[in-house]
Design a protein around this ligand. Structure first.
Ligand SMILES: Nc1nc2c(ncn2[C@@H]2O[C@H](COP(=O)(O)OP(=O)(O)OP(=O)(O)O)[C@@H](O)[C@H]2O)c(=O)[nH]1
Length: 303
């Protein structure tokens, strides 16, 4: 995999299904057109979605024709290059000597709270010691408690209000509190009620306005958490959140629990949203900066 996996005895390194299927497909057919058709289906089943899969295969067909490419290895290199051209990455680092606020978005259960804890560990290792958690998901009492637990576990202060209180007020308090306590980074949780989209949009836009008007000179980023195992559903979530408040980057969680990695391509290519990190386990260190090269090696099983 494209992060250093802790291997158990006798455990094989899982390979992306897609890479294996494509290799099999090459040995199965000499007819290019049927190869393209099957490849398209494979990309779709690997979570890239119909539109993106068709675009990629069309581009591949064009390039192979134009370059008069015959060898299978070279066709695979073209495929890799097309997918590489679709990938967007973003460095999500706070800045020193200013206040940074990263608003963490995502539907329930995708791993927001866990990712906030992992991010705090990552940033501490990168020289940011004073971090504040903001319990902006006031919709569920358990979400506030979970964030408090993660705050204790990671040694970070948590600003929270009662269950049901105004999330905008919690974020506002968090900004004032960080300014007076000298924290450099606020990691703010939010609620993710996808079944009530109109309310979600209204709430997020209100929070967005509050942050924008209270973070003059600071760095404000909106990061969307998506569960890699939800496939195309993740793409719809990304579209909805991006429409509501522009999303600056995506963190894909639970990457350890899926063999399909195409959602990353779909999000980068279709929505133009960069991928910042990948989560690959429940531990605090199971978060890696997204590295397109090793991702492609893994996806297409090329070494
Ligand atoms: N395998 C795996 N599990 C993860 C990962 N990230 C989070 N989880 C697990 O996913 C579950 C949900 O994570 P939470 O952090 O509670 O998710 P949330 O989005 O805050 O959820 P709500 O507070 O319910 O909205 C927990 O059991 C986490 O341990 C990951 O990268 N890999």
């Amino acid at each position: 995999m494209f992060w250093k996996k802790k291997k158990k005895d006798n455990e094989e390194t899982p390979k992306s299904n897609l890479g294996r299927l494509i290799s099999d497909l090459f040995s199965k057919t000499d007819n290019l057109e049927s190869f393209y058709n099957e490849l398209e289906e494979m990309l779709i089943s690997g979570d890239m979605g119909g539109t993106v899969a068709i675009e990629i295969v069309d581009e591949l067909r064009e390039r192979v024709k134009k370059g008069n490419i015959k060898e299978k290895e070279n066709i695979l290199i073209e495929l890799r290059s097309i997918i590489a051209g679709s990938l967007k990455t973003a460095e999500f680092l706070p800045e020193h000597d200013t206040l940074n606020l990263f608003l963490v978005l995502g539907v329930n259960g995708v791993g927001k709270t866990t990712t906030i804890a992992k991010l705090s560990q990552y940033y501490k290792k990168n020289g940011f010691q004073k971090i504040l958690f903001s319990a902006g998901d006031t919709f569920r009492a358990a979400a506030i408690d979970q964030l408090k637990i993660q705050g204790e576990r990671t040694g970070n202060r948590v600003v929270a209000q009662a269950h049901g209180s105004d999330p905008g007020a919690v974020i506002y308090d968090s900004i004032s509190s960080a300014k007076s306590h000298g924290e450099e980074l606020i990691l703010a949780d939010t609620a993710g009620r996808m079944h009530n989209k109109a309310n979600l949009v209204k709430e997020l836009q209100k929070i967005d306005k509050i942050v924008n008007s209270n973070m003059a000179g600071g760095q404000y980023r909106k990061v969307l958490i998506l569960d890699a195992t939800t496939g195309q559903n993740g793409l719809q979530q990304a579209e909805a959140f991006n429409d509501a408040v522009h999303v600056d980057g995506v963190i894909l969680t639970k990457y350890d629990a899926t063999a399909r990695g195409g959602l990353i391509v779909a999000i980068s290519r279709k929505l133009n949203i960069p991928i910042a990190f990948v989560g690959h386990g429940e531990g605090l260190d199971d978060l890696s900066v997204f590295d397109p090269e090793s991702y492609l090696n893994d996806l297409l099983a090329l070494k």
